[in-house]
Design a protein around this ligand. Structure first.
Ligand SMILES: Cc1cc2nc3c(=O)[nH]c(=O)nc-3n(C[C@H](O)[C@H](O)[C@H](O)COP(=O)(O)OP(=O)(O)OC[C@H]3O[C@@H](n4cnc5c(N)ncnc54)[C@H](O)[C@@H]3O)c2cc1C
Length: 408
């Protein structure tokens, strides 16, 4: 092939794309990142980065960004479910951080650019891989040629689609709404991400800036497709229908427009093909209920960065590519498996309020079990380490307290 525009072309410069571009540029690999958005841009996200995600940011040398971007710490999760309240904290006093994606993603891109990555502002409309490189066609009628391609273009990935790796639509899709609110002066900031489990949907409250919280609603399809009115009105009606949250937000003012997105579930047949590899949501996503998508985007970026560095250190033959991307696929599979099982389990529970309430009543009685569950979600413990007895305890749950009249 003639001289490429860059060794690696990354389509999608959100969190995952910016992270891999930064890592590759630091290794002296030439990298171009294509994104269609005008940064800083907002993105529907609960914006709670788990302790493991913070560690990954630290390893990239970007740990300082969380405070530079005005993030707020949280020590665990607090569930409200029809009158039952359970608090679980991260193991060993670890903390997560709520942080506006608008600021974090823009700051990560700036870091990637100062490390030497080229930022290209354009939409990618097609990709093709051949025996010695990749070609990306942009919506400004130009093309970019590289040796390898990274698809980091999020849940509706064009790269995944063009490579024929779409895994088909989810059978029972869920959707999301997200908006920021400034709390009434004097209202306490949440110390934990607060999750209100209501009839068939969940509402998340994440501290993201001084006095500002993000509210994310995860809802079933009929609530989205059957609903009328703009996203702000739909989110407000969900908040009004959840008494503890309505009380929590008395006097709070929205500071932006609600964003809607979905379906949340993304299936992919494989996470690489030829000279292209998928990372972050483009490679697959289960649901936002466990809030680990940003950590997984950073994790998969780090794993794919290693694979690419190995390929480029050799002559980059098809065998080298297959071996390195094959190893990436299995490492990603190991990192993803427990999260996926846990997330599927929680989505199923959320769909059965009787069992959800019993499971949360069990967590309320057993904070140690709650902490272990958070460690599995955070990737610091395996699902197996929970043990059969604890899994059964969760599945069977505990009898919740009787509801007082009018309590929801
Ligand atoms: C409602 C909701 C709540 C969530 N809550 C949390 C949470 O609390 N904690 C957590 O860790 N995770 C959460 N997540 C998940 C998290 O947002 C994602 O997992 C994470 O953003 C994935 O990062 P990414 O880099 O793969 O993709 P993205 O952040 O989506 O970035 C993709 C980028 O690709 C660009 N792009 C797309 N197509 C093209 C194209 N054709 N050409 C050029 N550019 C393109 C886009 O402009 C975008 O910048 C939540 C998700 C949702 C939907």
């Amino acid at each position: 092939m003639g001289s490429p525009d860059a060794d690696v072309i990354v389509v999608g410069g959100g969190l995952g794309g910016a992270a891999i571009a930064l890592g590759l540029a630091r290794r002296g690999i030439s990298v171009a990142v294509v994104d269609k958005a005008d940064f800083p841009r907002d993105k529907p996200c609960g914006e709670g980065l788990l302790p493991h995600g913070l560690e990954l940011l630290d390893r990239l040398g970007c740990g300082d960004l969380v405070s530079l971007c005005g993030g707020q710490p949280f020590v665990g999760i607090l569930y409200h479910c029809h009158g039952v309240v359970a608090r679980g904290d991260f193991e060993g006093g670890a903390r997560g951080r709520g942080i506006r994606r608008r600021h974090l993603d823009a700051a990560m891109r700036a870091r990637a650019a100062s490390a030497g990555a080229t930022l290209v502002h354009a939409g990618a409309i097609d990709v093709a891989t051949d025996s010695d490189g990749v070609t990306v066609t942009l919506d400004n009628e130009t093309t970019l040629r590289g040796r390898l391609l990274v698809g980091a273009d999020g849940p509706r990935s064009m790269v995944r689609h063009r490579l024929g790796l779409d895994g088909g639509p989810p059978r029972t899709p869920r959707f999301a709404l997200r908006q920021h609110f400034r709390l009434n002066p004097g209202s306490p900031m949440p110390e934990r991400v607060e999750v209100h489990v209501a009839g068939g949907h969940e509402l998340y409250v994440t501290p993201v800036e001084n006095d500002v919280v993000g509210i994310a609603a995860l809802v079933e399809k009929p609530l989205m497709t059957g609903a009328v009115g703009p996203p702000d009105a739909r989110l407000m009606s969900l908040i009004q229908g959840c008494e503890p949250l309505r009380q929590r937000l008395l006097g709070a003012e929205p500071i932006d427009k609600a964003l809607a997105c979905g379906p949340l579930r993304v299936k992919s047949k494989a996470v690489w093909q030829g000279r292209a590899v998928l990372i972050g949501d483009a490679a697959g996503y289960v649901d936002a209920i466990t809030g680990e998508g940003m950590s997984l985007a950073l994790k998969t970026a780090a794993l794919a960065e290693d694979a690419i560095a190995r390929i480029l250190a050799t002559d980059g033959s098809a065998v080298d590519v297959d071996t390195a991307f094959g190893a990436y696929a299995s490492a990603r599979g190991s990192a993803f498996r427990d999260h996926a099982i846990l997330t599927h389990g929680l989505v199923t529970l959320a769909r059965h309020p009787y069992f959800a309430r019993r499971a949360i009543a069990r967590l309320a009685r057993d904070p140690t079990l709650f902490t272990r569950l958070l460690a599995v979600n955070n990737g610091t413990r395996t699902l197996l380490s929970l043990g059969l007895v604890n899994a059964l305890k969760l599945a069977v749950g505990s009898t919740p307290p009787r509801l007082a009249l009018g309590q929801a």
